[in-house]
Design a protein around this ligand. Structure first.
Ligand SMILES: Cc1cc2nc3c(=O)[nH]c(=O)nc-3n(C[C@H](O)[C@H](O)[C@H](O)COP(=O)(O)O)c2cc1C
Length: 187
């Protein structure tokens, strides 16, 4: 499969980008091709302006050139994997804005469904699984991100993996890289 691997992190030596690299290497070893969409490095503008606002009376609205380029990048791949840090129990605004603008009415939902039947999210979490479970952040993220975005857009094979303990380990960062590699080889 051709996988579009979407990341958003401000620091090149982040654990998030190391996890993305580990996932990509394992997926490639498993026969997949990887195209990286590093939204930070590319300077993607996450603000949804009028040209990209859905028109509920026109599902065939032509969106901005920047959004059409992103749609084409998705369409030349077969699957999507988003690897991102958990910020405020969700994804970074940059990645959320990519979805706001690109996963648009008439293309990802409405008259049509998202072009891929498989999309995964790997969320790198600073805190522990226990801290998430205590307040239900894990369930909240699953409802919002996996059901509310991936499921809403008609994607059949969805997965949200929260990789815990990036900061508060043990077991810590090495465990996250091991998990990212395992997920790449399972894809
Ligand atoms: C703005 C901001 C918000 C964050 N919010 C959370 C959070 O809600 N839950 C959490 O587990 N970690 C949170 N973190 C920690 C990141 O998830 C952590 O930086 C990341 O998992 C791993 O490291 P990396 O930044 O080197 O990739 C936050 C970090 C930042 C910068």
């Amino acid at each position: 499969m051709k996988i579009l691997l979407v990341t958003a992190h401000p620091r090149a030596d982040s654990l998030t980008l190391a996890a993305a690299k580990a996932f990509a290497e394992a997926a490639k070893a498993n026969g997949h091709e990887i195209e990286i969409a590093d939204l930070t490095a590319e300077g993607f503008d996450p603000v949804l302006r009028e040209p990209d606002e859905p028109d509920w009376s026109d599902s065939k609205k032509i969106y901005s050139a920047a959004v059409r380029a992103e749609m084409a990048r998705i369409e030349r791949n077969d699957a999507t994997v988003m690897i991102f840090p958990v910020w405020w129990w969700s994804m970074p605004a940059l990645l959320k804005g990519w979805i706001d603008r690109v996963w648009n009415n008439g293309w990802a939902y409405g008259d049509r469904k998202y072009p891929h039947s498989r999309a995964w999210m790997l969320a790198i979490a600073g805190s522990s699984a226990e801290a998430y479970a205590k307040r239900g952040y894990d369930d909240a993220m699953r409802t919002q991100l996996e059901v509310g975005i991936l499921g809403y857009c008609g994607i059949a094979e969805t997965r949200l993996e929260i990789l815990f303990d990036a900061i508060e380990g043990p077991p810590g960062p090495e465990n996250i890289l091991v998990a990212a590699r395992r997920l790449g080889s399972e894809f």
